[in-house]
Design a protein around this ligand. Structure first.
Ligand SMILES: Cc1ncc(COP(=O)(O)O)c(C=O)c1O
Length: 386
C-alpha cells in the first residue's frame, strides 16, 4: 500500500543494553548492564517532589524550567566553575541530558553537519546525531588510559565540522579529560570556530586521579561551550528526566525552543524535588557519592581481576570496561550472553560503544548498584576462577 517507515528506521536496532537487561530479567540474573543507579535518591529530593505534587505543581512549567531550579543550578554551577552563571539567560532545565543534547543539536546544527565524537562513545551521542541527519565523525581514544590522539582529532576536521563532543567523565571508559587534552580540544575549536558540546552527567563521580575540569572554564571557551548535565546520576533519579544546559545567552533561546517542541518542559513537581536537593545538600553529600562509588569500584575491580577479566581502571563515572577476550564466543555479544548464561551476571558487549568491528574483546559492567547486589555479582563472577 506504499506506506513505509523512514529511510533511517530500518537501521534502528534495539539497544544492546536494553536487550541484555531484558534477557537478565528473564533469567533472574544480576544486572550490571544498564546505567541505572540502584542506590536510593536523597530523602529531601523525594520528600519535596511529593510535597510539590500535593501543593499543586502539576502543570506545565515555563519552557526554560522553574525559576527556583534555574537559580539553584546557577548557584551550584557558578560556585563549582568559579564563573558567574545567569539563571535567567544561561540555564535551561531539560528532559534529562538526553533532551539537552537533542535540543542542542536541533538548535545549533544543520543536516549534514559533522561532529567529532570520541570512541569508545556513549551510543546516544552518535545515535542522536544520526537521527537528526547529522554526521558523527568518530576518533579513537588510544591506549589503556584512553588518551586523546591530538593528531587524529585534527585530521578528522573537514569543512563540514561544526562541533566536538566531549563526555567527561566518560561512559563507558571512565576517562576524565586532562587539562592538556581539554586545551588541545579548545585550541582546535577556536581555530576552526567550532562549538564544544560537553556531556558532564558524571561530574560528581571522580576517583582521585584527575579532577573533573569543565570545558567552559578554559580561556575563550565560555561562549562556545554547551555544558550538558543533569541529576539522573547525582540524585539517582534516572526516571525523573531532569537535565540541564548551561550555555551563553546567545544559544539558550534556540535550544529552549527546540526542547519545547519535543518535550514542552521537564516534569514540574520533580523540578521542585531536585531544586530542594541543590538548596539543602552540602559538599559532604557530593564527596560521599564519590567515596561510596570508589568502594564499589574497588569491589568490582577485584572480582574481575580474580575472574581473569582484566579491567581498565576508570577514573570517573561508574562503569568498568573489562577484557573478556578469554571467554567463549566469536563476538562480544556472544561472550556477554555466555557470561550471563554461565554466571547470571549481565554486562554489555563492548561493541555497543565502538564502530563495527571494535570492542569485540570488551564488556562494560556498571557498579552503581546496592552493595548486596554488587557483592552477589562479584560472587557469581567467582565461578570463572581457575
Ligand atoms: C554519558 C551519558 N549521558 C547521558 C545519559 C543520560 O542522561 P539523562 O538520564 O539525564 O538523560 C547517560 C546515561 O546513561 C550517560 O551515560
Amino acid at each position: 500500500m506504499g506506506l513505509k517507515v523512514s529511510d533511517l528506521a530500518p537501521r534502528a536496532l534495539q539497544s544492546e543494553i536494553r536487550a541484555m537487561t531484558a534477557e537478565c530479567q528473564r533469567m533472574g540474573g544480576v544486572n550490571l548492564a544498564q546505567g541505572v543507579c540502584d542506590t536510593d535518591p536523597p530523602e529531601v529530593v523525594l520528600r519535596e517532589a511529593k510535597a510539590a505534587m500535593d501543593a499543586g505543581f502539576n502543570q506545565y512549567t515555563r519552557m526554560e524550567g522553574i525559576e527556583r531550579l534555574r537559580v539553584a543550578v546557577a548557584a551550584e554551577v557558578s560556585a563549582r566553575h568559579g564563573l558567574g552563571v545567569d539563571p535567567e539567560g544561561e540555564v535551561l532545565i531539560t528532559s534529562g541530558a538526553t533532551g539537552a543534547f537533542h535540543a542542542t543539536a536541533m538548535a545549533l546544527l544543520n543536516p549534514g553537519d559533522e561532529v567529532i565524537v570520541f570512541e569508545p562513545f556513549y551510543g546516544y551521542h552518535p545515535g542522536t546525531l544520526r537521527a537528526l541527519r547529522m554526521v558523527p565523525v568518530v576518533v579513537s581514544l588510544t591506549g589503556d588510559d584512553w588518551a586523546l590522539d591530538i593528531d587524529a582529532m585534527r585530521a578528522a576536521v573537514t569543512e563540514r565540522t561544526r562541533a566536538v563532543l566531549i563526555n567527561t567523565p566518560g561512559n563507558p571508559s571512565g576517562k576524565i579529560f586532562s587539562l592538556a587534552e581539554l586545551e588541545a580540544v579548545a585550541t582546535l575549536a577556536l581555530e576552526h570556530n567550532l562549538f564544544v558540546f560537553t556531556d558532564e552527567i558524571y561530574e560528581h563521580f571522580t576517583y582521585g586521579k584527575r579532577p573533573h575540569i569543565p570545558m567552559r572554564t578554559l580561556p575563550g571557551m565560555r561562549e562556545r561551550t554547551i555544558t550538558m548535565s543533569g541529576y539522573s546520576k547525582t540524585y539517582s533519579v534516572t526516571g525523573w528526566r531532569i537535565g540541564t544546559v548551561v550555555a551563553d545567552a546567545r544559544w539558550t533561546p534556540s535550544i529552549s525552543y527546540f526542547h519545547d517542541m519535543t518535550y514542552v518542559c521537564a516534569p514540574a513537581p520533580l523540578q521542585h524535588g531536585v531544586a530542594a536537593g541543590l538548596e539543602t545538600l552540602d559538599a559532604g553529600f557530593y564527596k560521599g557519592l564519590a567515596t561510596e562509588h570508589l568502594s564499589k569500584r574497588t569491589m568490582l575491580v577485584e572480582a574481575l581481576l580474580d575472574a581473569g577479566l582484566t579491567p581498565h581502571l576508570p577514573e570517573g563515572a561508574y562503569y568498568i570496561l573489562a577484557d573478556v577476550s578469554r571467554l567463549p564466543g566469536e563476538t562480544a555479544s556472544e561472550k556477554a550472553r555466555w557470561l550471563l548464561r554461565e554466571t547470571g551476571v549481565a554486562g554489555v558487549a563492548g561493541s555497543a560503544f565502538f564502530r563495527p568491528g571494535g570492542g569485540e574483546g570488551l564488556m562494560r559492567f556498571c557498579f552503581a548498584k546496592k552493595d548486596a547486589e554488587l557483592k552477589e555479582a562479584c560472587e557469581r563472577l567467582g565461578a570463572l576462577r581457575g
